[in-house]
Design a protein around this ligand. Structure first.
Ligand code: COA
Ligand code: NAP
Length: 272
């Protein structure tokens, strides 16, 4: 169920906001009265997300760029700030790529693709955003993952990249704090009906195993993550900065590692 916040008159930009968890966050802010912009690589996904946000009653706008292309990201921010007609109050950076593979089975380009999207992409988004962020008052939220602090087989590329994302969060909280910009990470647990989960738990049996490893006994919903983003962006969190916030039903206490071990066994057996 969706929480209630008031973001009327606020400008919210969600990078990677055209599907899954990040689109769920965009929907949340649209329902809470914000003006919302989203960005991702595929024009058709951007168009569909903007149409959906407008149906929820929001003024909505979309731009198309790949976070790996720093010049395109800078140009995208220029367009979005034109749409907002002012500064960005809330920025969510959540573009990411993932596939399960062992280091020995990945080419340099395979590792590069994930590190460039997740980590370098986050830097591109952070750097391009700075001049447009509301000072003081902006809330920046990076979307991380349990892989950032839990080593998982078949996830070395994601583990390394997301660990970097969280350290960028913590460092920028220091560098930008003096100007009243808060920077935090949300660490989603296993979120049902998302691309990320369908890649890491591709069969109903694996999905069931994952659910069993969550202390709260269920997979999360995109609304669970939207609610956490609403909280972090609201005045209720005005003294929270540099936090890495798991929103995972307790999964990262131990279940996440166990679930990935089951997936690793399954993938290894398939290779035999
Ligand atoms: N195992 C090993 N290598 C893999 C792989 C797998 N399962 N899947 C892709 N790769 C490799 C490719 O072979 C390629 O390497 P190569 O050039 O040496 O052959 C490299 O990764 C890049 O793949 P490509 O498809 O060209 O990259 P892309 O830039 O079009 O897409 C991805 C990036 C691979 C991350 C793609 O999965 C993606 O776009 N993901 C976004 C959605 C997503 O992952 N959502 C979940 C978020 S948690
Ligand atoms: P998703 O639906 O695939 O969302 C990824 C989004 O990023 C899409 O909008 C995608 O759109 C965009 N994107 C991907 N590569 C991009 C690039 N190079 N440049 C710009 N945009 C790009 O996946 P999801 O499962 O909801 O995951 C969303 C976030 O949550 C990710 O940061 C992920 O690491 C994190 N997370 C997910 C889970 C989970 O259970 N699903 C758990 C922990 C963390 P385009 O294809 O149009 O580019």
């Amino acid at each position: 169920m969706s929480a209630t916040f008031n973001f009327k008159g606020k400008s919210v930009f969600i990078v990677g906001g055209t599907s899954g968890i990040n689109l769920g966050i965009a929907r949340g802010f649209a329902r809470w009265g914000a003006k919302v912009a989203v960005a991702s690589r595929k024009q058709e996904k951007v168009d569909a997300a903007v149409a959906e946000l407008k149906e929820l009653g929001a003024e909505a706008y979309g731009v198309t760029f790949d976070v790996r292309d720093s010049e395109a990201v800078v140009e995208g921010f220029k367009q979005v700030s034109g749409f907002f007609g002012g500064s960005i109050d809330v920025l969510v950076s959540g573009a990411a790529g993932n596939f399960p593979a062992q280091v020995n089975d990945m080419s340099t380009n395979a590792i590069r693709s994930v590190v460039e999207i997740d980590l370098l992409g986050t830097f591109h988004v952070m750097k391009a955003s700075y001049e447009y962020l509301t000072k003081p008052g902006a809330s920046v939220i990076n979307i991380s993952a349990p892989q950032a602090f839990l080593p998982m087989s078949h996830q070395a590329h994601v583990c390394s990249a997301k660990a970097g994302v969280d350290m960028a969060t913590r460092t920028l909280a220091m560098e930008w704090g003096g100007e009243g910009i808060r920077v935090n990470s949300i660490v989603p647990g296993p979120i049902a009906e998302t691309e990320g989960m369908s890649r890491l738990a591709p069969t109903p049996e694996l999905a069931k195993q994952v659910t069993k490893t969550v202390p709260l006994g269920r997979q999360g919903t995109v609304d669970d993550i939207a609610n956490a983003a609403g909280m972090l962006a609201s005045d209720a969190a005005s003294y929270i900065s540099g936090a890495i916030l798991p929103v995972d039903g307790g999964w990262s206490q131990s279940g996440a590692t166990y679930a990935m071990a089951i997936l690793a066994d399954t993938l290894n057996n398939m290779k035999k």
